[in-house]
Design a protein around this ligand. Sequence first.
Ligand code: IPE
Ligand code: IPE
Ligand code: MG
Ligand code: MG
Ligand code: MG
Length: 301
Amino acid sequence: MNPERLKMSAESLPIDISFLEKKRHEVDKLLDKYLPSAEAYPDRLHKAMRYSVLAGGKRVRPILAMTAYEAFGGNDPQIINPVACALEFVHTYSLIHDDLPCMDDDDLRRGQPTLHRRFDEATAVLAGDALHVLAFQMAARSGSTRVVQELAEAIGTYGMLGGQMADVEAEGKHNTLEQIQFIHTHKTGALIKASIRMGAILAGVDEGSLRKLSHYGEKIGLAFQIIDDLLDIQGEVRKMGKPSGSDCRNQKATYPGTVGLERARKDAGQLIDEAIMISREFNAKGEYFALIARFVGQREN
Ligand code: IPE
Ligand code: IPE
Ligand code: MG
Ligand code: MG
Ligand code: MG
């Protein structure tokens, strides 16, 4: 990634990612625990689910949920852990289906062959479906119908799936900034925002703080996908673990494709700065939200 991009943001200071590393390891262990055993029948399906989920990934969504839960006083791992994993199961399902030949037709994900390449298309469709269902099973463990509802809304037709449909329909066309913003806030932003909201709701957050957190989530959610588009153009495959140039090959509607590289970098930087400002309104509680926003702004994978 071109380091120039980071200079667009006033908040480009080096960050200490040890907190994120620690959380990521915690999440990895939990995912392993909640996934079905690779030996249990139908083992091919279970192996496929484990292959995609345990391949790695930044675990941004579970970390956001856990951070929000803890910031607002939540302290019961039995409640937050399955919900955090539900978010990663949904996210991984969306990646498996997104990589299929009928969608983005990609061969590499999280540093290894995509699921349909390593197994086959039928297994990839089923493993995605299975992770989708497992996610709701996990979310239900929280006992909060509000949280289950939040998840369903975020990934349904008015959320992630609506965004993915719009993304497919926008291929090969000229797209306005408004259309791109719709795609990005839905296909990616909705789940990121919901991750923070779900964690905070489980901790019993007040409605005023929840509104602020939602704004924070919207900012980092949109920035996350703008940066994903930028990385597809100028990221290093070795670091990203997925191909670059996929958007160009598929004539995808991207943010830099619509407004140009410079403006895309500037807008992402500004969204991150705004998210950091919102984090500061939470004083000490907001420290980790600011850290995560910086991490999103500086990520190279
Ligand atoms: C990639 O998501 C797809 C998008 C929604 C932009 P991530 O960048 O979070 O991918 P992993 O989970 O770290 O592999
Ligand atoms: C994916 O967006 C969004 C979802 C999977 C919901 P992209 O298609 O840009 O993600 P990558 O670049 O393949 O990770
Ligand atoms: Mg896609
Ligand atoms: Mg894709
Ligand atoms: Mg992409």
